[in-house]
Write a protein that binds this ligand. Structure first.
Ligand code: BTN
Length: 347
């Protein structure tokens, strides 16, 4: 099913609230059987409509036990980022993940999130998909997004000074690092500004797309692509040299629900502090430095149309990278990309 062709009319246009309410009712019931008539009374739906939704949930991997006259009981749920399942992973009062638009297949979750943000989707809305056909990377690059990976975009709408916007992605890299380390014992490193590498190959990319009014970020779409459960054989040969997945590196799948729960638990307070005007990155800069794959390395950095070569000497508490160029000068770089050693365009 492809849903991205039609632009949403309202921000709730791509939600499936009925499915989510039925699922929430089953989760709430726990081991108890729920009858069709109970559901139909509670939700104001016909029994046929409910039965169709149960079928659709079964198609997604939910397993129900059916008993005559007693109804249905949810036996097991798949690891899908559907709102009622994700909700259980979030702390009380959390805004991130309060609304989830879950889609099987899209071009780009960032593109959908931008459309929904323009229609007024609230702060913390998540757009996620099993597959992206036109996943977007930094600098207009394509992002390989097959089934098995974690592809999601978060709508952020607290006003933020534009000058602080670059800290958002740096903070996200620290939050993703923490969340993945809670799930795996893999050695992860952060490549400036915000890629996560495992044993030198990329496992995570972050793409923040910002809409600013003057010097203030009106809203941001924070796209996170994490190569979680993608088998080795699914990577095209050119990408296999520079990218890997957590599954390939650890031999074990990770739970998307737990991972995103951990990630939001880490990221939301960091973002709130940033939006309050606090030096949010400064508070975690030592952690970023401790896991840096960039500092102390000779690197090529693309910034705007320039490519600079030199030693990545230090990252300051504002997230600015200081490069000692070959001619001895020091350059402070606010935004850019560290290129891969053998690439002309980076990855
Ligand atoms: C990079 O180039 O490193 C950034 C990659 C960002 C990919 C994610 S996947 C979810 C979201 N949707 C997109 O189209 N891109 C981001």
């Amino acid at each position: 099913m492809k849903m991205q062709e039609r632009a949403p009319q309202t921000w709730t246009d791509m939600d499936d609230p009925v499915r989510d309410r039925i699922l929430a009712a089953f989760l709430e019931a726990g081991d108890r059987y729920v009858s069709g008539s109970e559901l139909s009374q509670r939700l104001g739906l016909t029994r046929t409509a409910i039965w169709k939704h149960i079928q659709a949930l079964s198609d997604l991997g939910f397993v129900f036990a059916a008993a005559p006259r007693r109804g249905y009981r949810l036996q097991s749920a798949p690891d899908l980022l559907l709102a009622p399942l994700l909700y259980r992973q979030l702390p009380q009062g959390a805004q991130f993940g309060r609304h989830v638009v879950w889609l099987p297949e899209v071009d780009s979750t960032n593109a959908i999130a931008a459309q929904l943000a323009a229609k007024g989707a609230p702060h913390g809305t998540v757009v996620t998909a099993l597959v992206q056909n036109g996943g977007r990377g930094r600098r207009g690059r394509a992002w390989f997004s097959p089934q098995g990976g974690l592809w999601m975009s978060l709508i952020l709408r607290r006003p933020l000074p534009l000058a602080k916007a670059h800290e958002l992605t740096l903070l996200t890299s620290v939050a993703v690092h923490r969340a993945v380390r809670r799930q795996t014992d893999l050695p992860l490193a952060i490549k400036w500004p915000n890629d996560l590498l495992c044993r030198g190959r990329k496992v995570c990319g972050i793409l923040a797309e910002i809409r600013a009014e003057g010097e203030t970020v009106e809203h941001a779409v924070l796209g996170i692509g994490l190569n979680t459960n993608i088998p080795d054989t699914d990577f095209p040969s050119d990408i296999r040299e520079i990218a890997t997945s957590l599954l390939v590196e650890s031999g074990r799948p990770v739970s998307h629900l737990q991972l995103v729960g951990e990630l939001f638990r880490e990221l939301e307070p960091m973002y709130d502090a940033l939006a309050r005007g606090e030096d949010s990155f400064a508070a975690v800069a030592d952690e970023w430095r401790a896991h840096s794959a960039t500092l102390g390395q000779r690197v090529r950095v693309q910034t705007g149309h320039r490519v600079l070569t030199g030693l990545a000497e230090r990252l300051d508490d504002d997230g600015v990278l200081h490069l000692r160029c070959d001619d001895g000068t020091s350059v402070a770089i606010h935004s850019g990309d560290v290129l891969w050693p053998n690439s002309s365009a980076g990855a």
